[in-house]
Design a protein around this ligand. Structure first.
Ligand SMILES: *[C@@H]1O[C@H](CO)[C@@H](O)[C@H](O)[C@H]1NC(C)=O
Ligand SMILES: *[C@@H]1O[C@H](CO)[C@@H](O)[C@H](O)[C@H]1NC(C)=O
Ligand SMILES: *[C@@H]1O[C@H](CO)[C@@H](O)[C@H](O)[C@H]1NC(C)=O
Ligand SMILES: *[C@@H]1O[C@H](CO)[C@@H](O)[C@H](O)[C@H]1NC(C)=O
Ligand SMILES: *[C@@H]1O[C@H](CO)[C@@H](O)[C@H](O)[C@H]1NC(C)=O
Ligand SMILES: *[C@@H]1O[C@H](CO)[C@@H](O)[C@H](O)[C@H]1NC(C)=O
Length: 410
């Protein structure tokens, strides 16, 4: 290439990079489905599934989301209806230009009643350092069918194979009441060591130790729904009652604190991972009230800098400017109070019920907005929207393998 051409190319590339650069807080609607289109083996299978009731299209709603290498993974909880949800974990695929949900890793792995398969998946976590996806399966369907024990199933997203399955002991996660809701991973010495799982029904945090293959709980009154109308969520001029216990869960990128909140309440709490990791902890010491959020939240997510959370009553996503609060209050992270809450995005029609969050490696925060409040009503239609917002940070797990190499438990 001539030098001049080369220079032109450089100039053009720089200009393009400049105009393409996303701005902080800029949101893009990535998917907008009313009816979730599944990637069926054939049209005949789809029609038969609708006919025999195993697929009720308008009863399928998204909740969980994770993103890995340009692929989007979503969950379809088998909530309070015992049929009509043929799949519970999916990957988005493009079929003749249309985005559809392909059962992940396959159809067999979704079979209701087969305890080797997934029964009910609300959420999962993806470790960007290994490509492993840690999937929560409560084992229960429709709030009353206690089909299987709860488990954590691990898939390798690079090979699309199941690599582990850990059954949760019944004295830690009950077979009859659990609703394992969301999961964060804790790194020690360069590896995933613990999973912390919020249980919105049992109202406690389950801890799984991947090294000793043992599990225990942390229980505390802060993990229950609050009084004083904390369970009444005011959305677009209507009151909805959600009495859920601990639901949102997040962990700081230094793996020192876990943040959590009940669905039915405004309070944000933190607990040191040193307390969670210890199987002998009684739970009475440790949790600290960080402050009152602007609204109730479903999902929480910690990026490399900020804690993000849904503000259900405001149809918005917020983040906590903890650095400013530490400077203003002249305290460290262990004592800082939640004060500076910043609205990231809001839309009263298209961002109703920001449910679960994910990060990619391009600086975007992703979330599902599913209007769960209206869906729950009789005749409520599903609204399945997937957004991504530029926040210029990555998730808490980014390079955690390198960052935690020198650490030890204690
Ligand atoms: C309903 O149809 C689907 C698709 O053909 C099939 O996989 C499923 O086993 C059927 N279920 C029942 C209960 O007959
Ligand atoms: C489906 O996935 C499960 C779990 O990874 C695996 O055990 C099974 O062999 C797969 N089935 C098919 C037909 O690929
Ligand atoms: C709870 O909400 C009801 C109905 O909006 C209201 O009458 C009552 O005063 C509220 N109670 C508290 C403790 O805020
Ligand atoms: C917990 O208690 C048991 C029984 O007293 C003890 O053997 C174990 O070392 C303790 N574990 C930790 C992490 O302190
Ligand atoms: C909310 O989204 C709707 C539909 O995309 C759009 O028309 C409206 O301008 C948005 N509202 C705000 C405040 O951005
Ligand atoms: C993103 O963050 C980097 C530093 O972490 C900064 O240099 C850059 O200006 C930020 N970009 C935007 C668009 O905010």
């Amino acid at each position: 290439m001539e030098t001049l051409d080369l220079m032109l190319l450089v100039v053009v590339t720089v200009v393009l990079a400049g105009t393409n650069a996303a701005k902080f807080g800029e949101a893009q609607l990535v998917f907008d489905w009313e009816i979730l289109e599944l990637d069926w083996p054939s049209e005949a299978d789809k029609l038969e599934a609708i006919r025999n009731g195993s697929y009720v299209p308008e009863r399928n709603l998204l909740a969980g989301i994770k993103v890995y290498k340009n692929n989007v993974y979503l969950t379809i909880p088998r909530w309070t209806w015992t049929s009509g949800h043929p799949i519970t974990l999916a990957k988005v695929v493009s079929v003749q230009g249309q985005s559809k949900l392909c059962p992940y890793p396959n159809w067999t792995a979704q079979k209701q009643g087969d305890c080797h398969a997934l029964q009910y998946v609300q959420s999962m976590e993806v470790d960007p350092n290994t490509g492993l996806m840690y999937v929560l399966d409560s084992g229960r369907v429709g709030g009353s069918l206690n089909l299987c024990p709860a488990k954590i199933v691990v898939f390798d997203l690079n090979t699309d194979t199941q690599v582990h399955s850990y059954q949760m002991p019944e004295d830690v996660v009950t077979r009859t009441h659990n609703a394992m809701n969301d999961i964060v991973l804790d790194y020690v010495a360069g590896k995933v060591r613990y999973a912390y799982i919020s249980d919105v029904s049992e109202g406690r945090i389950h801890v799984y130790d991947f090294q000793t293959h043992s599990a225990h709980n942390l229980e505390h009154p802060s993990m229950k729904a609050e009084g004083n109308n904390g369970t009444v969520i005011h959305i677009n001029n209507k009151d909805y009652v959600f009495g859920g216990a601990v639901d949102g869960i997040a962990i700081s990128p230094d793996f020192k604190y876990v943040y959590y909140c009940p669905l039915g309440g405004y309070s944000l709490y933190e607990v040191p991972t040193s307390v969670l990791r210890n199987p002998n902890n009684s739970g009475t010491a440790g949790p600290r009230l960080v402050g009152r959020k602007v609204s109730q939240s479903d999902g929480l997510a910690h990026g490399s800098n900020h804690l993000f959370y849904g503000a259900l009553g405001l149809n918005a996503v917020y983040f906590w400017d903890a650095e400013k609060d530490m400077a203003d209050q002249n305290v460290g992270i262990e004592n800082v109070k939640l004060a500076t809450q910043v609205e990231l995005v809001r839309n009263d029609t298209t961002m109703v019920w920001p449910d679960t969050f994910a990060f990619d490696d391009q600086g975007y925060l992703w979330f599902v907005a599913n209007s769960l409040n209206t869906f729950r009503n009789p005749g409520g239609n599903p609204l399945n929207r997937v957004w991504k917002v530029f926040v210029n940070e990555t998730g808490y797990l980014y390079e955690a393998d390198k960052r935690t190499l020198g650490t030890v438990v204690g």
